[in-house]
Ligand binder design. Structure first.
Ligand code: PEP
Length: 254
């Protein structure tokens, strides 16, 4: 059966000492809980704190991921970080195609596909974000928009490669706005994504892929969102910056 996953995306937040405190706090809280074996917690801090996070993770119950990666293998790409570097730091996950990268840095589905390939080449599991903006939902295009993102970002993969993908549905209008998708909206989109996966790769594989919800997920709404049959956990932004809140969301699975 597919994994339940709660992943924290810290974005561009925290100083070194704040990051240290948060990781320490989180580790202490996780140690007190008996996490079910099918629940994976992932922390995605900014690049400078990945090593510190990995040190904490070694003694604890969470894995570490990056928030971005270059589509290029190596060379003269000032400021970029490669999948080979992330692999050499023993990272397991990396977020790709977050709406902030698609929006502010003009990342296309083709670039997302190239980054996914690069990560898989280096044994890092991509957490691939998809989701519609408000105008697209208001004009009823959300299913088509997400279908295109899934097809163009992922459907070049073989079934064997696809098994390593985690998908995060993040309606852009819900990110950082305090406005959460209803359980009906989330379930409808997650079932849509799974049906696309089923049509392309078959039911057995589609049933193994974790599809996370992201967008103003909090301790107060996590349980009902995660209870939807096709919602397998969350990608958490703001609420992952406080150990109590992040833990409150993880507890939806305990
Ligand atoms: C995100 O950016 O991935 C996210 C889900 O943010 P927030 O939880 O703050 O809405």
């Amino acid at each position: 059966m597919r994994k339940h996953i709660v992943a924290g995306n810290w974005k561009m937040n925290m100083t070194f000492s704040e990051a240290d405190d948060l990781l320490n706090d989180l580790m202490e809280k996780l140690e007190k809980e008996e996490l079910p074996r099918d629940v994976q917690v992932i922390v995605c801090p900014p690049f400078p704190y990945l090593e510190m996070a990995s040190d904490y993770a070694n003694d604890s119950y969470f894995a570490v991921g990056a928030q971005n990666v270059s589509d290029q293998e190596k060379g003269a790409y000032t400021g970029e970080v490669s999948a080979a570097m992330l692999e050499s730091c023993e990272l397991d996950y990396c977020i790709v195609g977050h709406s902030e990268r698609r929006g502010y840095y003009h990342e296309t589905n083709a670039l997302v596909a190239a980054k996914v390939d690069r990560l898989l080449m280096h044994n890092i599991r991509p957490i691939v974000c998809v989701g519609e903006v408000l105008a697209e939902r208001e004009s009823g295009q959300q299913l088509d928009v997400v279908r295109k993102q899934v097809e163009e970002g992922l459907f070049h993969l073989t079934a064997e490669q696809m098994k390593n993908i985690i998908i995060a549905y993040e309606p852009v209008w819900a990110i950082g706005t305090g406005k959460t998708a209803t359980t009906e909206q989330a379930q409808e989109m997650h079932a849509h994504i799974r049906s696309l996966l089923t049509a392309k790769y078959g039911k057995e594989l589609a049933d193994e892929i974790s599809i996370l919800y992201g967008g103003s997920c909090k301790p107060t709404n996590a349980k009902e969102l995660f209870a939807c049959p096709d919602v397998d956990g969350g990608l958490i932004g703001g609420a992952s910056l406080k150990a109590d809140d992040f833990m409150g969301i993880i507890k939806a699975f305990i």
